[in-house]
Design a protein around this ligand. Sequence first.
Ligand code: FUL
Length: 457
Amino acid sequence: MIDYLKEAARVRPSRKQLDWFDLEWYAFIHFGPNTFTDREWGQGNEPESVFNPTHLDCDQWAEAIKAAGMKGMVLTAKHHDGFCLWPSRYTEHSVKNSPYRGDVVKEAADACRRAGIRFGVYLSPWDRNSEYYGTPEYNDYFCNQLTELLTGYGDIFYVWFDNACGEGSNGKKQVYDFPRYFELINKYQPNAVIFNDYGPDIRWCGNEAGAARHAEWSVIPSELCKYSRVQTGSGPLADEGNLSFLYNTEKELGSMPNILYSKGLTYTPAEINMSIRPGWFWHKEEEPHSLERLFQTYLTSVGANACMHLNLPPTTEGLLDERDVKRLKELGDLVRKELGHSIPAVIEKQAGSPLTQPVYTIDLKEPVKRLNYIVLKEEIEKGQRVESFRIVAEFSSGNQYPIYQGTCIGHKKICQLQDPFALQNPLINDSKGLISRLRVQITAARDEVFLKEIQVF
Ligand code: FUL
């Protein structure tokens, strides 16, 4: 058992997964015929003439994304309706036959480069327009389109595949040849990470409401992430159970029982994706979510061993809605205010023994009245190891109080100690005096623990 946990602790991310994790958050852009027909899913029979942005300005998108502090943009080059935002050679159902005759993919890619953010694409396998859908030729058609995107627009950091598989206009369903799609990406854009419900690089967290699990492990049974690289042998209980039921919506994925029953483990971290509004596409009457809700999602995604993918839908003009731009700026300002400047401290690690886990002592250079957040990061290059931890605050009076308990850490854990929107701080209040020291006690781990960073805010 112990040996298998050590194996689990050595399941490692790839270089491109590490780079992706460091981006922390980036934007989604849902734009296409649905923007003009006021729908979420087009039927594929919309005339090309509906796509008519009157003031398209991708620099405005990129600047708003940058102002929030997000590091990239992923554009829906083709959504389920099959309409291509670039003039694809393989279909007539694209921008080239619309009143807007340009290339939105190029505009967006160029704007990202000018703004210094990364550019990625969403290409929907489900295509309700293509005559090939439901036949083996469709996979050729899809690969041709994917190749156009991978070779015509410079560096792509992310290729995002939706797993939806409905009927095409001919009533047929398609078997997607994902391994073939992945091969093309590895050939033309080897540094791009690939998102799909089942890996290979990034997986869906299981909901579109912005909620990570209480323990969002990156080390996951291969029963779920069937496209990811399996890095271990079977768990000690693999013959006793069957994890074939595992889906992204399960409450526990990488927790201990699943690990032990698995036939092998992969490193496939989660992305938390949600829209700034109720819909993925722009609808005039919708309002952006509250600042509270978006900030909370930031904490429970970026701060819970995942990345945040926040959708911003352009309007029929081809601009981001001013209400969204304002909310985004508020969100960026709040993130910078709350987590921009750490309190100076001296950190010391007391190594554990074979039977105990390490304790990290954080001596604050100046005692403080109030703490808002403690940020912990593991050296995930070595693997994800911490199962649980607790944090104790020591006051100048000598009194000690436990202030936080958590499960896994991984890339980044933001331990929230107060709510900036609440009037009262329930965890620490002034009556207890000044806090001079903190202790982070690792209470369970799969192998020796290495924290890369501890910051106090
Ligand atoms: C879903 C799609 O069906 C939605 O329209 C949207 O694109 C979302 C990001 O993924 O599965």
